[in-house]
Design a protein around this ligand. Structure first.
Ligand code: SF4
Length: 449
């Protein structure tokens, strides 16, 4: 079903309405970037991109399959879409893209006969050909005056590499996304320049492993050099780095973060655990001691840094003592933000076959205890910002009309927002924080400072 014969497709009459396509994106920011790229290609080929699946001629579901729960959510969404009138009547077509087809390959075609095509991550560049084949049309040139139905946001993601070679024993990403490969400086720069031209004020650089950028070039480079170059050239734009493995946190990088006012003093370093034996079973390096040294080094070089980490609770073989070591580490190190997941046994990964699998209930209890510890610390860090003045990028309005933005210490989608009474979307304003609620902040714009 994936081998679409584009040449056999009959071309749409030039005068007829452009076929409409709706993208439904699940999972992480990396998928959002992929969907945005596909959207651009599809628009350039003359398709009308709509945001209502029930009005589309084709729906592309960009799936997440990172863990079992994400796969199940993707399947639920696919079945929900298949229940829409335009699908039950057979007039709309379904394309399943992203991680699920990458992870399950041909097996998925047998299981999901509702889909007309499957587009794994590695084939997303072919989305136009696939759509043309499925809908039986040829690419068109968008008519003059074509306006994208999507509002440009003040903040955006740019992907700097894809894939991963680390093969953590719990993770299916290297099998889904393939080997690590950096995008060239010119490609990343062009993507940034395009967003800046569109009015984007904050760019979050993402990848599976952002700290390895440039290692695989003929003339190797570093994430620090990439960031330095971008921050120097686009000095009115905020830059933020996400998902940087401990090995990627070099002094060179910390100095670049420190040197540029437009680089957010923010790092998201996924540590996954603090017990040396659990980390080893995860096929990761480090220990509570080396993690502590890393955090000390970061805070010494960038004193105002905001730190986020991600952890797994209940990894196979995790004893009470390992878990207590992790809790003590968290209490001592005091991250600003922590994401925690109970371990998910992923088919095809090495950890799935490890002895000492932890009971579901215990995993959930442990994850909750980590959440409780981290929330108490995180909330106290957030409330300590009351009375401080910080730059806030105005992002938009909630459904109830409330204006909101984000400070440099808040990463998109995970760390809460700042609520404001005044401001224009896309502006960076000075805000005095007046109140906080859990991770959210509320502030007043300070004029004339
Ligand atoms: S570094 Fe991240 S993406 Fe790579 S294998 Fe480990 S958890 Fe997965």
């Amino acid at each position: 079903m994936t081998n679409i014969d584009v040449t056999a497709a009959h071309c749409a009459d030039g005068g007829s309405a452009a076929p409409s396509v709706c993208f439904v994106t699940l999972g992480c920011a990396k998928n959002e970037v992929d969907s945005a790229e596909m959207t651009k290609k599809v628009q350039a080929a003359g398709f009308l991109v709509v945001d209502d699946a029930s009005e589309a001629d084709a729906v592309v579901v960009n799936t997440c399959s990172f863990i079992q729960a994400a796969t199940e959510e993707s399947i639920d969404v696919i079945f929900e879409i298949c229940g829409l009138d335009n699908f039950s009547s057979g007039s709309a077509k379904l394309i399943v893209a992203g991680c699920m087809p990458a992870r399950y390959g041909d097996d998925l075609q047998d299981e999901l006969q509702e889909a007309q095509a499957f587009v794994p991550c590695s084939r997303e560049d072919d989305i136009v050909e696939v759509l043309c084949g499925v809908l039986g049309v040829c690419p068109q040139t968008p008519s003059d005056g074509f306006v994208s139905p999507y509002a440009v946001s003040a903040a955006s993601y740019v992907k700097i590499s894809d894939g991963c070679d680390r093969f953590c024993s719990f993770c299916a990403i290297p099998y889904i996304r393939g080997r690590y490969h950096s995008f060239s400086y010119e490609e990343v720069r062009a993507a940034v320049a395009e967003r800046v031209d569109e009015g984007v004020r904050e760019i979050t650089l993402i990848a599976q492993d952002t700290g390895r950028w440039g290692e695989d070039f003929e003339n190797p480079s570093t994430t620090a050099r990439l960031l330095d170059g971008l921050a120097s050239e686009f000095s009115d734009t905020w830059f933020r780095l996400m998902y940087i493995e401990p090995q990627g946190v070099t002094d060179e990088l910390l100095d670049v973060i420190s040197a540029h006012d437009n680089v957010c003093s923010y790092l998201d370093v996924p540590l996954q655990h603090a017990s040396e034996s659990v980390l080893r079973a995860m096929n990761r390096r480090g220990s509570a001691k080396s993690h502590r040294e890393l955090i000390e080094r970061i805070r010494l070089r960038v004193p105002d840094i905001t730190l986020r980490t991600t952890l797994i609770a209940g990894f196979p073989g995790e004893t009470e003592a390992d878990f207590e070591e992790l809790c003590e580490f968290l209490e001592e190190v005091e991250f600003d933000y922590v994401g925690v997941f109970p371990y998910s046994r992923e088919e095809g990964t090495r950890a799935a076959d490890l002895p000492g699998q932890v009971d579901e209930e215990v995993k959930i209890e442990r994850a909750q205890r980590i959440r409780d510890i981290s929330d108490a610390i995180g909330e106290s860090h957030v409330s300590a910002r009351i009375g401080k003045t910080m730059d806030v990028l105005v992002l938009g309005r909630e459904e109830d009309g409330q204006l909101f933005g984000r400070a440099m210490c808040q990463a998109p989608e995970v760390d809460g927002v700042v609520y404001l009474e005044e401001g224009t979307v896309g502006d960076i304003v000075k805000v005095r924080i007046e109140d906080t609620l859990v991770y959210e902040m509320e502030g007043e714009v300070v004029h004339g400072e």
